[in-house]
Design a binder for this molecule. Structure first.
Ligand SMILES: *Cc1c(COP(=O)(O)O)cnc(C)c1O
Length: 423
């Protein structure tokens, strides 16, 4: 790798996915595209999104309630157009995935079903520094069952002087909690450090001690390769507005392993849309769930957010997660290389990358700790057309997204870092 514009341009010329950049709208800065590194927070708008939305608006306009059955994509079964594509994206069978609600809502629905504590086995293990909504969901679920977070929530912490967790330490902690552990609940990719956990081995170990394994894949879906079915994950949830580019507050995905698909006795909060669809409109008492993840639906499908999600999933199907991952590894490696290059060139500021260096242990995001003047640097970048986010106390997160970021974007970012030290 070389820290030259020519090298970056050559890498872009060799990139078989480069045309996908044209499929998205970029916010503008002084007449050009911003350097957008915030796809981990809100993905860009696909140019096709509006037409997906308009189609449903027109069917509503022209058909009214008949849109449920007469629409071009009948709303009655709308989740079926979207869920299979979402399933492919996370390495799941169709029966295992449904798109519905929002992430934290779905996390609660899953916890109701999969956190069934006893006096013996009641603890939930989370990663220290989990996303706040995950903490709140866990705290409130523990209290709902009469436990206190102080004693029933186990937090994994990195070793002294380290920023991320070692797999061996996670496995040892699970082993140690043993039969007091009811559930391991991790962010598949931690939102702060960008660490991608070894979900296969963690799931295996959780099952060995008799616990369930569930994951919040907000930062993993559309970012890293997932094989939820094969890894025997019990459940997972994710949002669709980050790497999945489906619009602010967009809908969410849920995975429930096939082994629970035929189990109507599993406790769940029920609603009419989870009811066996062949008999749904008989409007009977006595809940009979749909098979699989679809049986966790409560309400009729949110057509408009799901239309946006559909538009984005089509793009993922065309690009392919394998090719995206390949590009992502190269693009993030190049970003890392340029940051290291920058550190060597000057001694005004030092940027420490706290995201793991091993490619299996990260997605596209790099979390940069800027010990001094971090906020000042972030401000400078913002004023110069970079969209990247700042997380207290000292982290700038940048996510070069393989769908729409280029090697030259990353090179431009590097040049701005250089300009900052000269300013
Ligand atoms: C973004 C994110 C959320 C957001 O939850 P919503 O219910 O979509 O608002 C939750 N958990 C994690 C890990 C996240 O990264």
């Amino acid at each position: 790798m070389q820290a030259t514009r020519q090298y970056a341009q050559q890498a872009d010329a060799n990139d078989t996915l480069r045309s996908f950049r044209q499929a998205f709208y970029f916010p503008q800065f002084k007449g050009r595209d911003v350097l957008y590194f915030c796809g981990n927070s809100l993905g860009l708008q696909p140019k096709t999104a509006l037409s997906y939305l308009m189609q449903e608006m027109e069917d509503w306009k022209n058909l009214g309630v008949e849109g449920h059955f007469q629409g071009r994509n009948p709303w009655f079964e709308y989740h079926k157009f979207v869920s299979p594509k979402a399933a492919r994206l996370v390495g799941a069978k169709e029966v295992e995935v449904v798109v519905m609600n929002n992430l934290t809502v779905n996390l609660h629905l899953m916890l109701i079903s999969f956190y069934r504590p006893t006096a013996q086995r009641y603890k939930i293990m989370v990663e220290g520094g989990a996303f706040p909504s995950d903490y709140y969901a866990v705290e409130s679920q523990l209290r709902l069952h009469g436990f206190s977070p102080e004693t029933a929530m186990v937090e994994l912490e990195p070793r002294a002087g380290e920023h991320t967790l070692r797999t061996e330490d996670i496995l040892a902690a699970i082993e140690k909690e043993g039969d007091s552990l009811a559930l391991v609940l991790l962010g598949g990719v931690n939102y702060y450090t960008g660490q991608f956990f070894d979900l296969k081995r963690i799931t295996e170990k959780a099952h060995q001690v008799g616990a369930k394994a569930g994951y919040d894949l907000a930062h993993a879906a559309g970012n890293v390769p997932l094989s939820l079915h094969e890894w025997q994950v019990d459940f997972a949830v994710w949002c669709t507005y980050k790497y999945l580019n489906s619009g602010a507050g967009g809908t969410s995905g849920v995975f429930v392993h096939e082994k629970y698909a035929q189990d109507p006795t599993l406790h769940r909060l029920a609603g009419w849309w989870g009811y066996d669809e062949s008999k749904r409109f008989q409007m009977q008492k006595g809940f009979i769930p749909m098979q699989g993840a679809a049986g966790w639906q409560l309400s009729n499908a949110q057509i408009l957010p799901m239309a946006l999600h559909w538009a984005s999933l089509e793009i993922f199907e065309q690009a392919g997660m394998d090719r995206l991952r390949q590009k992502s590894l190269a693009l993030t490696a190049y970003t890392e290389f340029l940051v290291q290059q920058f550190n060597q060139e000057q001694d005004k500021i030092r940027i420490q990358i706290i995201t793991p260096a091993e490619k299996e242990a990260r997605g596209c995001q790099l979390s940069l700790v800027v010990a001094q003047k971090g906020k000042d640097l972030h401000q400078f970048l913002t004023e110069n057309g970079v969209i990247a986010d700042w997380r207290e106390p000292d982290v700038i997160r940048i996510a070069p997204v393989p769908l729409y970021n280029s090697f030259e974007d990353v090179y431009d970012f590097y040049q701005l870092l250089q300009q900052y030290t000269q300013s």
